[in-house]
Design a protein. Structure first.
Length: 96
């Protein structure tokens, strides 16, 4: 599988065919049994490498945010509470 640089790529298939596993291997959350992962034609040897995290954007289908925090509290604790977020109409709707 090859994904062009700066692209957004969808992966479709039936349940259980390995889509999430493939993406988790690419993002470095799982180690593959065989083969290699390449970034810019170079093999990425280590899972969880900073290089991999800086070059591959991956958004899991599972929630990764703490369930006990409201959006406002999460932004405050993450040091992300700034005018950019506070002026966003979508954030304004869900902040509390």
């Amino acid at each position: 599988m090859s994904v062009p640089k700066n692209s957004i790529t969808g992966l479709f298939g039936i349940n259980g065919c390995g889509k999430s596993t493939l993406l988790n291997i690419g993002a470095g959350f799982l180690k593959q049994d065989d083969g290699n992962v390449f970034i810019n034609n170079e093999v990425v040897v280590k899972s969880f490498s900073v290089e991999r995290f800086n070059r591959i954007g991956y958004l899991s289908q599972d929630s990764f945010l703490p369930k006990d925090l409201k959006v406002f509290e999460f932004l405050k604790r993450s040091n992300c509470l700034n005018e950019y977020f506070l002026d966003d109409p979508l954030i304004d709707k869900i902040i509390n």
